[in-house]
Design a protein around this ligand. Structure first.
Ligand SMILES: [Fe+2]
Ligand SMILES: [Fe+2]
Length: 197
């Protein structure tokens, strides 16, 4: 079960599907960022050995997703390149407390929420895209994203206990819902996606 406090609006898919190349390039960046976040956690929290192997496996899986999206971009003749980051993750990270152990708890739960939102939107894309190849890509990926959501909740629960995790997850999920609602109107995995072209 995903812990999101809001649902994406029903026409999000029809808006982002007008610009599938931006959606895919942005998606590639999201996979790359997910891998790099996991690797950063491995460096920062080496004192917690139980986090190492799960985060390492997670980083590899996100890099495999990155390569999958790169392949599709190449097959469609769309170059991968820099893209200004969506403010979604930046705004989410503002709720992460700077002192430990809260920093670790909040970081794991923000990762869980990002995975949950990706999973929710991939399901919308899998069900709603007329482009069969893209719909298949998202159908293939959404199960992993649901698993990733659970992974981060479980890692947090292992260290902080279920009650602390559920309380803070509720607060951060409300924040995440406000961030999604306030996103600029652009074609992104994590935007409101009110694309007018
Ligand atoms: Fe992924
Ligand atoms: Fe993921």
């Amino acid at each position: 079960v995903l812990s999101l406090a809001s649902e994406s609006d029903a026409d999000w898919v029809s808006r982002v599907s007008h610009d599938w190349s931006t959606l895919l390039v942005d998606h590639a960046h999201c996979e790359k960022k997910a891998a790099s976040t996991a690797i950063n956690l491995i460096f920062r929290y080496q004192v917690f050995p139980e986090l190492m192997a799960p985060l390492s496996a997670h980083a590899r899986e996100e890099l495999a997703h990155f390569e999958l999206v790169l392949e599709l971009l190449q097959a469609r003749g769309v170059p991968f390149g820099p893209l200004e980051p969506s403010p979604y993750a930046v705004w989410l990270h503002r709720e992460i407390r700077s002192e430990e152990p809260f920093r670790l708890l909040d970081t794991l739960l923000v990762c869980a929420l990002i995975e949950a939102r990706s999973c929710e939107r991939m399901r919308l894309l899998a069900d709603g895209l007329a482009d069969g190849e893209l719909a298949r890509l998202y159908r293939g990926l959404l199960a992993s994203e649901a698993r990733h959501h659970t992974l981060f909740v479980d890692l947090a629960t292992g260290r902080f206990g279920r009650q602390a995790v559920m309380e803070r997850l509720g607060v951060l999920a409300e924040h995440e819902a406000r961030v999604v609602a306030a996103m600029p109107e652009e074609v992104r995995m994590h935007s409101r996606g009110a694309y007018s072209g």
